[in-house]
Design a protein around this ligand. Structure first.
Ligand SMILES: Nc1ncnc2c1ncn2[C@@H]1O[C@H](COP(=O)(O)OP(=O)(O)O)[C@@H](O)[C@H]1O
Ligand SMILES: [Mg+2]
Length: 366
């Protein structure tokens, strides 16, 4: 289980929007995800259409030192869809600021709660923490519970001012942690038409270097509309560019995750790709992936689309190409078309002869 805090003391930089949609896109890629709303404003909670009428247990009940035997975590967790859960909160969480003042080790309460998840047989691939816009006790708890932090930065003059403050905070947190927080930065609400966007991009890149995601979240009105409708962008507008941006982020994140976990790093990305890729069933269809740094176009054709090629999208400089075909099939034949040349899938070995004396790639899901 990896715990990722989405934090920046500045308000309005896209923390909540990123928490909701990054969670939804990790879930779209078949990960089991828990989103924890740590901001007493409850924006992740209402942005996902979840209500917390009086008497419903929320994150407050799990963390408050005055709730001696708090409810089981399972009673507070709300299931949004298959493998995507939320721990909601509301304004009651504000009280913790004061209540924690009476406690020793108050900054480790969220970490203790995370440990309780496994005790209650709740297992997740990722826990995403949507932090409030300040560096108070809740954010402090998040930075002590998390393995990693994603810092959303929206291009404005003021956002650059905050970077020094964040770096200072991270240094302080790291002093009391066993392993330092892994830092990622993400540009959000990016409008390339604005004159200073490029300048800000350069400055953020200089500050974070390769810890800045290559993926940029652009300014999309559909993200506001999705929040108003109480839905993630994956539910609200799966065809939108906004969904594509957040899906790109999830894919880039998972690639970084792999690179980090691989002991035999010299193996190279290409071999890793060959061992791990091939078509995958995801919630809305089948994800096709192809690896080529040099191709200028990659398409997919198979019996599911009557062999009419459809283009894959190039995700990154490493040469990852992807496309989701919205079908649910157990078996199918397919081929990739790389710069106009038809070829079988190099990343999975199953093939079948076709009527024309050649072979097609063949997939059979268990
Ligand atoms: N990429 C984006 N494009 C357009 N609007 C966005 C984008 N990201 C966030 N917003 C909007 O900006 C406002 C602040 O975003 P939010 O995610 O709530 O920030 P934070 O949680 O950091 O305060 C919200 O109204 C949200 O809908
Ligand atoms: Mg927020």
């Amino acid at each position: 289980m990896r715990i990722i805090a989405i934090a920046n003391q500045k308000g309005g930089c896209g923390k909540t929007t990123t928490s909701i949609n990054f969670s939804a896109c990790l879930n779209f890629l078949q990960k089991k995800v828990l989103l924890v709303d740590l901001d007493p404003q409850g924006h992740s909670t209402c942005g996902l259409g979840v209500k917390t009428p009086k008497g419903t247990p929320t994150l407050y009940d799990l963390l408050s030192p005055f709730q001696r035997a708090g409810p089981p975590v399972s009673q507070v967790i709300r299931s949004l869809q298959n493998d995507l859960d939320l721990i909601p909160c509301n304004a009651s969480l504000n009280a913790l600021e004061e209540e924690f003042g009476f406690m020793p080790h108050y900054h480790l309460k969220l970490r203790e709660l995370m440990n309780r998840l496994a005790e209650e047989q709740r297992f997740y691939d990722f826990v995403i923490l949507d932090c409030p816009p300040n560096l108070g006790v809740l954010t402090w708890n998040a930075l002590n519970a998390a393995d990693e932090i994603i810092i959303p930065i929206e291009p404005s003059f003021f956002s650059l001012h905050g970077l020094a403050k964040i770096s200072e905070t991270l240094q302080i947190v790291n002093r009391s942690r066993e392993t330092p927080l892994l830092v990622h930065a993400l540009l959000t609400i990016y409008n390339s038409q604005m004159n200073f966007s490029q300048e800000i991009y350069d400055e953020v890149r200089a500050h974070f270097q390769n810890r800045l995601f290559t993926t940029i979240i652009h300014d999309h009105i559909s993200l506001k509309e999705a929040a108003a409708a109480g839905q993630s962008i994956a539910q609200y507008a799966p065809q939108s560019q906004a969904f594509q941006d957040y899906l790109n982020l999830a894919v880039e994140y998972l690639e970084r995750d792999w690179n980090r976990k691989l002991p035999e790093k010299e193996l190279g990305w290409e071999k890793v790709y060959k061992n791990h890729f091939g078509p995958r069933q995801i919630s809305d269809g089948i994800l096709f992936q192809f690896f080529s740094k040099i191709a200028s176009s990659v398409e997919i054709a198979g019996d599911f689309n009557h062999w009419i090629p459809e283009p894959l999208v190039k995700r990154n400089q490493e040469g990852l190409w992807q496309r989701v075909i919205p079908v649910q099939l157990k078996t199918f034949r397919y081929k990739f078309i790389v710069d106009g040349e038809w070829q079988v899938d190099p990343s999975q070995p199953m093939q079948k002869e076709n009527a024309y004396g050649g072979v097609d790639s063949y997939m059979e899901f268990a």
